[in-house]
Design a protein around this ligand. Structure first.
Ligand code: ZN
Length: 245
């Protein structure tokens, strides 16, 4: 049997076992703390050097770059290594899919990445760890080394638009895939959530793996409520068996 194109839409829930909290979901930390939300809201960030200083300090302190992929990330990477056409569309900014071994070109980061920084003026990019080292060395709000512009994490802040190219690619993959697995996403944040509906409309087998009910459960061929760290490896192993791996 020809192997199906498997698209995975992943949200905060897949990284919980790696010690990364849900920051930006509907019930995420940032939504519950207006002061913290300012640190990741574009207009506040750009308009207030004090907000930027606090934002860099928060990044230095929360050690997100030290997180390691967990069993669910590894299972996705193994499926890809087994020769299945796999694409990951993620709402996460932690880079853990790539760290687990999924080639970067097969991962679409809807909300960007917290592993890089970008200049808001000249768009130059660099590693987050270099920017954090400058913060560590005493620069409260490190400017772009090329042009002196304001640096920000290469994440999509509140008030910023998603990259239309990334979004277009995600939509194309969603329409083309035969299996669409939504993992650890509440499927409440658009436009990512709507992809689950698009996949089902285009005939993909929709599988939802999430602890809580989602608005798309009714469209799903299968809904899995068990913990992601065990449920996803089992689900993907089942897929490999089904297609004769
Ligand atoms: Zn610059």
């Amino acid at each position: 049997m020809a192997r199906p194109l498997v698209a995975l839409l992943t949200g905060a829930g897949i990284s919980t076992d790696s010690g990364i909290a849900d920051y930006r979901g509907p019930n995420g930390l940032w939504r519950r703390d207006p002061e913290a939300e300012k640190l990741v809201t574009y207009a506040y960030y750009m308009g207030d050097p004090e907000i930027r200083r606090r934002s860099w300090l928060m990044r230095r302190e929360n050690q997100a770059l030290a997180a390691e992929p967990n069993a669910a990330h590894r299972a996705v990477a193994e499926l890809e290594r087994a020769g299945f056409p796999v694409r990951v569309i993620t709402q996460n900014v932690d880079g853990l899919h790539q760290l687990a071994g999924v080639p970067a070109r097969k991962v679409l980061e809807l909300h960007g990445t917290a592993r890089s920084v970008v200049c808001t003026r000249c768009r130059a990019r660099g590693p987050m760890e270099h920017a954090l080292a400058r913060v560590e060395a005493g620069e409260g709000d490190p400017p772009c080394r090329k042009c002196g512009g304001i640096l920000k994490p290469a994440t999509v802040m509140f008030g910023e638009r998603l990259d239309p190219v990334v979004l277009g690619d995600a939509l194309a993959i969603t329409k083309a895939c035969q299996v669409f697995i939504a993992v650890g996403s509440s499927l409440q944040v658009q436009p990512a959530a709507g992809l689950a509906g698009v996949a089902a409309d285009h005939g993909a087998r929709l599988v939802v793996v999430n602890a809580e009910p989602t608005p798309y459960d009714g469209l799903a061929a299968e809904v899995v409520r068990e913990p992601i760290g065990t449920a996803l490896p089992r689900l993907l192993a089942g897929l490999r068996e089904e297609y004769g791996d």
